[in-house]
Design a protein around this ligand. Structure first.
Ligand code: GRF
Length: 195
């Protein structure tokens, strides 16, 4: 589809560092996209304050209000379709999505994960990388597929792991790269979607 600009939604659950970074990138004049909606599944998420303070259209869809994943995903789907969303960016969104939802958005939903996929899928990646004595770590932006942390890779960034690293110092070094990787991946998707 080629419209004047691609209508984007961001899904998040927490602090919203990637949310803020993507919002700034999308708002840059040269990026042919608009941030039409942010969806958060946790009422205590700090990223909600950012949305309120910056007039970003947002919806809190609290997953604890829904009996199962399918009902929760259906509520998100209603919001996404009402906003005419064309591309979804999951950015620190800590919920597994149903295969039905993922398949509906096939090749139009992307995610960032704090590891060099396919290594270290799942949670606590920084801790596990340190425990394994790895020399390198990083982040991956990928198209979402029904299996967790699977899917074609758009961008990866690597960092060194130093012997003195703690979980926090390593997480901070990876986050620096996440803030570079996600805008790059978004630009790739925008050029693909706009043909
Ligand atoms: C990031 O490390 C992201 O890769 C992971 O969750 C973290 C979210 O952080 N999926 P934030 O909400 O963007 O600050």
């Amino acid at each position: 589809m080629t419209t004047a600009s691609t209508r984007i939604a961001i899904l998040f659950s927490g602090t919203g560092t990637n949310l803020r970074n993507l919002a700034a990138h999308i708002n840059a004049a040269h990026v042919p996209a608009t941030l039409e909606l942010a969806i958060c599944n946790r009422p205590e998420a700090k990223g909600l304050d950012f949305c309120r303070d910056n007039n970003i259209p947002h919806e809190l869809i609290n997953h604890t209000d829904y009996s199962d994943r399918a009902d929760f995903d259906a509520a998100m789907q209603t919001a996404l379709q009402a906003a005419d969303i064309e591309l979804i960016c999951a950015a620190g969104f800590m919920r597994l999505l149903t295969p039905e939802f993922v398949n509906y958005w096939q090749d139009r939903i992307i995610n960032i994960h704090p590891s060099l996929l396919p290594a270290y899928k799942g949670l606590h990646t920084h801790r596990r990388v340190l425990e394994a004595g790895e020399n390198t770590h990083g982040c991956t932006v990928h198209l979402i597929r029904p299996e967790m942390d699977e899917g074609p890779i758009l961008v990866q960034k690597q960092v060194y792991v130093f012997p003195t690293d703690t979980e926090d110092t390593l997480a901070a070094r990876v986050m620096e790269q996440e803030l570079i990787a996600y805008p790059e991946a978004l630009d790739i998707m925008l050029s693909r979607l706009r043909g």
